[in-house]
Design a protein around this ligand. Sequence first.
Ligand code: HEC
Ligand code: HEC
Ligand code: HEC
Ligand code: HEC
Length: 372
Amino acid sequence: MRQFPRVTAGCFLLLSAYAASLPVIPGDSTRGAKIFESEQCIKCHAVNGRGGRIGLDLGRTVSRSYTPAQLASTMWNHAPVMFGAIKAAGIETPKLSPENAADLFAFFYSARFFDKPGQAAEGKSEFEEKRCGVCHGITESRAEGAPPVAKWESLADPVLLVQQMWNHSYRMKQAFKRRNLEWQSLTSGQLDDILAYLRSLPETAHLVSHFSNTSGQQGEHVFESKGCIHCHVGTLALENRLKNMTLTDIAVDMWNHAPRMLDQPPTLTPEEMRQLLSFLWMRQFVYPGGSIATGKKVFEGRRCAECHAGGAHGAPQLPGQAHKYSEVTIISALWRHGPQMLSRMKEAGIGWPSFRSAQEVADLIAYLNSVQ
Ligand code: HEC
Ligand code: HEC
Ligand code: HEC
Ligand code: HEC
């Protein structure tokens, strides 16, 4: 019995070695919000109603799934028109470093750009039907130890939501039992609705949205020291299971986990959860995985190869850059090299290439990273 976990732990480390070698750039929404202002994005774009009206409100929730690949492909496709608008407005085109792009990305995450949209009206009734309101008043606690909604910091920070759902689920389960309430399982759609409702209340307006991720280097240590590694190996390995999930989806999993736990699970500090999620989830989010072969076809079909395969028109050789691309760094490359690329394309009589899907960007990135 003692041998088994050790053997599988070895497998896990091997399997994750490739993903773990790809860099995740730490981002912080507070820095991102500043960049959004200092780089003048805010002159044209609003986020949740605050800012300019020339471009779109980037905080609006739309019913398409937003992933980093989607953001990168949308921004790329809109670039020539946007660069034109920036020139016309007499604004200098921002040159975003990869770190700036990571901060902006965190800022978009905090503005819930990547969330699935929730329905506040539905959420109001879910909150009652799921019995949340029995213990949680909006401004007052209705059960011992249950914080009122106005005090939920987790409403403003999705990482804290996951952490709270993990840490508290066991105590909440006990609290349900004491009150003779049946445990209520949740779907992520229901939690999206409940969160949309609670966030729309004037009583929670003071909570400041925040999101940040780390490089995830410490996350592997947390994963081991908190014992997750004992169960989450093989088919339960989390790096594959967390693909295409938002943090709200993961928070729901933490909640639904509770009735199945016999003992109190190890608690995690916010910082440990941030490390863990950066290691396990963020990496899946910024490297969704693409096909190298399809990426090569995109590279040729979208005419990137005409300049980049042989170094024509002053273009650097691609693939073959020492640095690794991700959906975040491709955004930085677009802002740093896009205007110059656009004018070289005009000279060469090549129209600005558009991507037909987010997957094309993911495939292209896999191809760009395939050659050292
Ligand atoms: C001078 C005005 C202007 C500035 C400054 C500007 N944009 Fe834009 N942006 C636009 C316009 C106009 C479009 C729409 C282009 C189109 O329709 O093809 C756009 C489109 C976008 C889109 C695609 C939106 C979507 O969902 O379809 C994103 C994302 C974006 N901009 C991000 C940024 C960021 C980040 C910055 C700052 C680094 C920025 N923009 C600065 C005018 C601007
Ligand atoms: C039977 C009482 C009870 C019910 C019903 C209940 N909770 Fe709780 N909840 C608690 C208690 C007790 C805590 C504090 C646990 C702790 O401190 O470990 C808590 C904490 C929380 C927190 C952490 C808040 C923070 O500090 O950020 C969240 C989020 C939460 N509950 C969500 C829900 C949701 C969503 C529902 C309905 C699906 C719900 N709760 C139903 C008792 C309850
Ligand atoms: C005693 C074994 C055990 C331990 C320890 C454990 N888990 Fe789990 N975990 C499970 C099982 C079983 C599932 C349910 C898988 C399913 O539903 O198919 C699960 C599900 C999950 C899921 C949802 C995955 C999905 O597919 O949606 C997440 C996220 C998760 N665990 C995180 C953690 C973290 C983080 C730790 C360490 C702090 C941890 N678990 C420790 C057994 C464990
Ligand atoms: C007309 C020629 C041309 C075409 C077509 C072209 N590029 Fe470029 N690209 C350039 C030039 C020139 C630069 C360097 C610009 C600079 O120095 O700022 C560049 C820079 C880049 C960079 C930054 C490289 C680095 O050092 O990190 C990336 C990434 C890139 N291009 C991707 C693409 C992709 C993807 C396509 C196809 C969708 C494409 N390019 C099509 C000319 C082109």
